[in-house]
Design a protein around this ligand. Structure first.
Ligand SMILES: [Fe+2]
Ligand SMILES: [Fe+2]
Length: 163
């Protein structure tokens, strides 16, 4: 079978499905590690949102008539591994939250990239319902990224620098 845009869309859907599941597992660990109550709360809120995002992806698989299945995503593995390193190397250090926040933003930027691409491809493929679902998640990822930027600027970076 020819690998056309349909094939690429499905492959990329599997990639982000795998990534979201890994992110879902990581966010509680990041929330637990964070010192700032606001950063903890942001991670916990996004953990809940991520559950909904996984469900939306399952709806997109359903629209395609395909089983929801992930495909190992090396990019997210690497990004999350770096987050884990920060947790270990900066444990009990003033810059821990700044590092965790930066790791989380790298995750969000990866997701924004993926969902932006997927919604464009879905539009090109005439999949209106998929576009709507992907746009909802894209908006949540962007909002999370904005919240993290505000938290970095208002609190987290200053704490990291002060000690
Ligand atoms: Fe997500
Ligand atoms: Fe996210």
């Amino acid at each position: 079978m020819e690998k056309d845009l349909n094939a690429l869309f499905l492959d990329t859907l599997k990639d982000i499905y795998y990534a979201e599941k890994q992110i879902y597992k990581s966010l509680p660990k990041m929330a637990e590690a964070a010192n700032s109550d606001k950063l903890k709360a942001a991670f916990e809120k996004h953990h809940e949102e991520t559950e909904g995002q996984i469900e939306r992806l399952e709806q997109v698989f359903e629209l395609l008539g395909k089983a929801a299945r992930g495909k190992k995503c090396d990019a997210i593995e690497g990004i999350l591994e770096e987050g884990k390193e920060i947790m270990e190397e900066y444990e009990d250090e003033p810059a821990l939250d700044a590092g965790l926040l930066a790791a989380a933003q790298a995750v969000e930027h990866y997701e924004i990239s993926r969902y932006g691409t997927l919604r464009s491809w879905a539009a090109k493929l005439g999949m209106k319902d998929a576009v709507r679902l992907l746009d909802q998640t894209l908006a949540e990822e962007k909002k999370t990224d904005d919240t993290l930027t505000q938290l970095a600027d208002s609190e987290v970076n200053a704490v990291a620098q002060a000690a």
